[in-house]
Design a protein around this ligand. Structure first.
Ligand code: AMP
Ligand code: ZN
Length: 116
C-alpha cells in the first residue's frame, strides 16, 4: 500500500520526479538525488515497508528480489564485474533517513571499509 506522506511512495506513484533506471511489478529503482559514488541508485519495493525491521515472513521473496536486482542493475551500468556495494541503512544508528525500505547500490569507484 502507498503512503502519501512517504517520499519514496510518492516517487513510485510518479508524484515526485525521479530518474528511473529499472522498474517491474514489485520494485522501482532510481538515481539518488545526492550521489555518494559515480553510480548511486536506490532500489525500493513498490509496497510501503518502513525498514528492514518491518520485514515479515511473507516478505522474504520480495527482499530476495530487491537484492537480486542489485547485480542486475550493476550490470546495466557495466559495474558488476568491477564490483559494487549494496547497503541497507536501518534505523537511526544505521543512518536511515527515509522510512521506506531501500537498497543503496553504489559503484564506479573503489569503496573503503569500515563505513562511517
Ligand atoms: P538513507 O539515509 O539510507 O535513508 O538514504 C536515503 C537516500 O535517499 C539518501 O541517499 C538521499 O540522498 C536519497 N533521497 C532522498 N530524497 C530523494 C529523492 N527525492 N530522490 C532521490 N533520492 C532521494
Ligand atoms: Zn513509502
Amino acid at each position: 500500500m502507498l503512503d502519501s506522506n512517504c517520499t519514496f511512495c510518492r516517487i513510485v506513484a510518479g508524484d515526485i520526479p525521479s530518474t528511473k533506471v529499472y522498474e517491474d511489478d514489485q520494485a522501482y529503482a532510481f538515481r539518488d538525488l545526492n550521489p555518494q559514488a559515480p553510480t548511486h541508485v536506490l532500489i525500493v519495493p513498490k509496497e510501503h515497508i518502513e525498514s528492514l525491521n518491518d520485514i515479515a515472513q511473507g516478505d522474504e521473496a520480495l527482499l530476495g528480489h530487491l537484492l537480486r536486482l542489485a547485480p542486475k542493475i550493476a550490470n546495466q551500468f557495466g559495474m558488476a564485474e568491477s564490483g559494487f556495494r549494496a547497503v541497507i541503512n536501518t534505523g537511526e544508528n544505521g543512518g536511515q533517513t527515509v522510512w521506506h525500505l531501500h537498497v543503496h547500490l553504489l559503484g564506479g569507484r573503489p569503496m573503503t571499509w569500515p563505513p562511517g
